[in-house]
Design a protein around this ligand. Sequence first.
Ligand SMILES: *Cc1c(COP(=O)(O)O)cnc(C)c1O
Length: 502
Amino acid sequence: MYYNSTQNASEVVSAAQAIAQGISKDGGLFVPQSFPQYDEATLKALLKEDYKGRAKKMFSDFLTDFTAEEIDECVEKAYTAAKFGGDNPAPMAYTQLGGKQLNILELWHGPTCAFKDMALQILPHLLTKSLKKTCDGKDAVILVATSGDTGKAALEGFKDVEHTKIIVFYPMDGVSPMQKHQMNTQEGQNVTVCAIKGNFDDAQTGVKNIFTTPAIAEKLAENNMLFSSANSINWGRLLPQIVYYISAYCDMVNDGKISFGDKINVVVPTGNFGNILASYYASQMGLPIARFICASNANNVLTDFINTGVYDKNRQFYTTMSPSMDILVSSNLERLLYKLAGNSDETTRAWMTALKSGGKYEVTDEVKAVITEKFFGGYCDDAQTQDTISRLFEQEGYLCDTHTAVAVNVYEQYVEKTGDTTPAVIASTASPYKFSKSVLQAVAPDAALPETEFDMVDMLNAKTGMPVPAPLASLKDKKARFSDVTEVNDMPQYVLSALGIA
Ligand SMILES: *Cc1c(COP(=O)(O)O)cnc(C)c1O
């Protein structure tokens, strides 16, 4: 199987090249040229496998230049029971709210308590093997722009992985105190963490610019290094996310919640569009998904896009209590557009060029028609988010984080609006303890808030009885190692200095 750039279809690479390179030279994203087709027999066979078995099957179908032994090793190292608190790293939880069934896919049982671990625990293994295949002997420099969760998950995944260095940039005022503390206390010899004076989009644009500046690439090459990406634009991030949608379907069949062959909907709290795109790719392989419900917070650029076909990032940016979704440019949407435009690199390039120059583009009527048929876009604000957390906890005793609450709220809106009762899988993307303050305010609105983040964690634990994940509890006594802050314009210089090649 081969991959090509969304902005230049003649740039064709192997899976290992796509993963090693991260982003294509023309600035486009690598997409598979075809999707493995899972017929009834293939999906039925997966019912009997555990998560690792399902992952191995799917990885081997997409990464055809990897040996079975290599894939085995990557999967076995990534999804251990020790790291994910059990044999199924992505378990289902079943509850309800106001008479609506909620099938919640809990993706946050990994070492950093957010769904990014599902991909970032395996990406370093895929990447080191990819580098060995494509450019043996070089060190990979991983640059990450994060809205909070990716940064920590990438640091944890790459720490002390041979032949890699990782530099993480986060928006100074755009992440939660717990996220900041998680990153600034990161251990490992090959890690650097730096805040930027700007928002997530500034960080992401800054990283993209560094990637595509030839002079910087040359400087790295002279020093036997090359850039790679752990952001969700890397194919090695997306592929692991396809696995859990297919696995969730299998689990729901095995749990008697749906019958084999039944259609499902998916509901995804969306930021950079990676998670929801993975569910779309699963459907391209044959998973019977009827509707993709895209949930946003006050930064509702995707809601508007789905409803109008116009993507317009020229709007106010809001800092919300679901910071991992505070995004105005959803990078992975480019991959969906490429597919919906009939795999046209020319059309995709035109839209992305318009986005870069004027911050806006409008898709064709054909593309609009498919989007309206398959996607539903909705959003809610912070008050609705907290109201949802509170109702779900008071009525059902189920505690969810702010991002998951956005998804639940938009799902409620969807059912009210459409009457569609197709069973829905709701992606739950973080532990409530990563956003203790907002969750605590939702479930104990009258309590006086304690001062420190860890006192809030303790109070939330006392109020709800939900166990605090061990990786968060252990941060309490850790000292910060990093405190650098840089201007967006100085990011290239910062990178060269951090690598010792300025
Ligand atoms: C990253 C993240 C999201 C958004 O996921 P995308 O793949 O970027 O759409 C949602 N919730 C949480 C908790 C996240 O960390």
